[in-house]
Every structure is written in structure tokens, then in C-alpha cells.
Unconditional design. Structure first.
Length: 113
């Protein structure tokens, strides 16, 4: 049983909402594994910035994405690498969250309520 299955519903924080909107805007990322930097979300100044591993780990804890190995070590490169490239892919729960994502941010969740 995963973390998301143990909780009732994950909190929709601003960063998670921004990620869901970015996924909604990119049907390509919804269909295939993607690297964290392919998912662009607004930074503090509004400029689109690549997402990071910790951001996607937060989505993983919500049950919306899961880790996926992408390629084999050194595939398509002129050198060997240490291991497979870690990518992310949308889960079924993530697809439902993307579909249900509101266009305007509903506000920070009230924790413990």
C-alpha cells in the first residue's frame, strides 16, 4: 500500500496545482515518461522554470506520478553511465487529478482540518 492510499486525499498546494496545470497543458507528458526538467512551472517571478526531483517526489507522495526507468545506462551516448535515467510518469490517479484540476488556484489548504 502506497503513501497516497493510506491518506484520504492529498493537499492541493500551490506547487502541486502548478504542476497539474503544466501537465494538463502538455498531452505529450501525460502519455509518456518524462524527465523532471521537462515539466515547466512558474517560479516566484512568474517565469517558467524546470521542475526538480523534489517537486516530483511531492507529486509521487500524492500518488499522481511514479518513477519510471528511462533507457539503459549509456544508451545513445558515446560513454557509459552509472545507471538508468530516472524518469516520471503519470498514474491513473494523476490523470484524474489533471482532469479535475481547477483553472484558478483555490487557496492554500487548511492543514489538520
Amino acid at each position: 500500500m502506497g503513501y497516497a492510499e493510506m491518506t484520504v486525499k492529498p493537499h492541493l498546494t500551490l506547487k502541486r496545482w502548478q504542476c497539474l496545470l503544466a501537465l494538463k497543458a502538455s498531452p505529450t507528458l501525460q502519455r509518456r515518461p518524462f524527465l523532471a526538467h521537462e515539466l515547466k512551472t512558474p517560479g516566484r517571478n512568474g517565469v517558467l522554470r524546470p521542475s526538480t526531483g523534489p517537486t516530483l517526489s511531492g507529486l509521487e507522495k500524492a500518488g499522481w506520478v511514479e518513477r519510471a526507468a528511462w533507457g539503459v545506462p549509456g544508451q545513445g551516448m558515446p560513454f557509459r553511465t552509472g545507471g538508468p535515467i530516472n524518469a516520471w510518469q503519470l498514474t491513473d490517479a494523476g490523470r484524474r487529478a489533471v482532469a479535475a484540476c481547477p483553472d484558478t488556484f483555490p487557496g492554500e489548504p487548511v492543514y489538520g482540518g
